[in-house]
Design a binder for this molecule. Structure first.
Ligand code: URA
Length: 429
């Protein structure tokens, strides 16, 4: 018992559907962080929250308590305005790589704290670590210096940022309590608010390859996060975007870096360019810069210049060749016709099984592993021509990856069932 509370009383209150008071929330989050509340007690509370929910006040207070568990960064004294983006995670989602330098090239600095991938969605840090010499760990002081001089940093969050969330997320992962909107929203927003960005754009993915499989739950998560950001004084907007089809033409680490560099060179797949530019416009608007057109900065090479400086500043060689997988396997189109469906989850699972992702936090990833697809839904394909190239260092992985792709795409002779699905589904502010 401490501060007039004990864990069992808080668990029972939420179990019975009551609202938690501010002081109950402050106490339980702080006491869990310092070890006074045990893992089994917090997992029980997390399950009660998953089943009975939390209202707006409770979620805001829970978020504030997680922020207060650690340090808060402050970039208010930079000579640039700041904006960041968070994606809820998808397959082939390399958007951060071209986006951060692009927004910096437009005059808004991007302090992007990213994570490593777990499961079928890739992690931005894993992708960048495919670049020879590049380091994810940057001190707060070096982050400030790089933001001031280059305008963009993508790095790992330090252990002092929202430590309550680090502990709770690991617990949720093994107790079936990840999929609770109040817990997801407070987890993401505590880190983004503590990171000290001035504006935030949330890319909330919807579809088979995403956390949120349907538009209604994605919209609820997006609105919850936008409210949390707005209440904390952070200019926050969310885009709901499609993740039933993977983004671009690649899923993996080195292959996604290569595709990002194509976008920065003014090319790249149309959907990756469309989403990068749409998110850049939102980030710039959030930071008060509606006078710059991001597409121009892809075309004139200035985003590429920032990319090169950003990679070099973290020890990477932007001119180094990217790692290549030792083994490859081509899957040919089974028929001539139109590719009418390409399932994001199937592709994500295949890339993961090839070694691009990890099953446990401590596993290494293969930088060269992944999947390249040679057509997007709506494209014509010819029987026998390459449809996928699977890449791995370990050929024993091909069979399981092929099983994941099985049933994950359709080729139809006349393509009459093909329904293009819009990439940008909704905007919530
Ligand atoms: N990402 C996070 O950071 N937290 C969650 O709870 C879910 C996704």
């Amino acid at each position: 018992m401490s501060g007039g509370h004990d864990a069992v009383e808080v668990i029972i209150a939420k179990r019975d559907g009551a609202e938690l008071s501010d002081s109950q929330i402050d106490w339980v989050v702080a006491a869990y962080t310092n070890g006074e509340v045990a893992d089994e007690q917090m997992s029980s509370l997390a399950m009660a929250i998953l089943l009975n929910g939390m209202n707006r006040r409770e979620i805001a207070r829970w978020t504030a308590a997680m922020i207060a568990s650690g340090e808060r960064l402050d970039f208010g004294d930079l000579s640039w305005p700041t904006a960041d983006k968070h994606s809820t995670g998808g397959v082939g989602d390399k958007i951060t790589l071209p986006l951060a330098p692009l927004v910096a090239a437009c005059g808004v600095a991007v302090p992007q704290l990213s994570g490593r991938g777990l499961g079928h969605t890739g992690g931005t840090l894993d992708k960048l670590e495919a670049i020879a010499g590049w380091r994810a760990d940057v001190t707060n002081a070096a982050m400030w210096d790089q933001l001031q001089s280059v305008g963009a940093v993508i790095c790992a969050a330090g252990s002092e940022l929202a430590p309550a969330d680090k502990k709770l997320y690991a617990l949720r992962d093994v107790t079936g309590t990840v999929e609770a909107i109040p817990l997801i929203a407070s987890s993401i927003m505590s880190k983004k608010i503590a990171e000290g960005t001035g504006a935030l754009v949330l890319d909330v993915k919807v579809g088979t390859g995403a956390f949120m499989k349907d538009v209604d739950t994605a919209r609820e998560l997006a609105s919850t996060m936008v409210e949390l950001g707005t209440d904390a004084g952070l200019h926050t907007v969310a885009l709901l975007t499609d993740m039933s089809t993977p983004l671009g033409l690649t899923a993996g680490n080195a292959v996604e870096v290569a595709e990002s560099v194509e976008v920065l060179a003014g090319g790249g797949p149309a959907d990756v360019v469309e989403l990068t530019v749409a998110l850049a416009r939102e980030m710039l608007a959030g930071a008060g810069r509606t006078d710059v057109e991001p597409a121009d900065k892809l075309a004139d090479g200035s985003a590429m210049d920032v990319w090169r400086s950003m990679i070099s500043a973290q020890g990477g060689d932007p001119d180094a060749g990217l790692p290549e997988a030792r083994e490859s396997h081509v899957v040919a189109a089974p028929a001539t016709g139109v590719l009418t469906r390409l399932d994001a989850l199937a592709v994500g699972m295949a890339a993961w099984r090839l070694g691009a992702g990890r099953a446990r936090k401590e596993d290494p990833v293969q930088p060269g592993a992944g999947v390249v697809w040679h057509a997007r839904p709506g494209d014509q394909v010819t029987e026998g021509s390459p449809l996928f190239t699977l890449l791995t260092d370990d050929e024993s992985r091909f069979d399981r990856a092929l099983e994941s792709l099985d049933g994950g795409f359709d080729v139809e002779p006349d393509g009459s069932s093909y329904q293009p699905s819009p990439l940008l589904i909704d905007r919530i502010s």
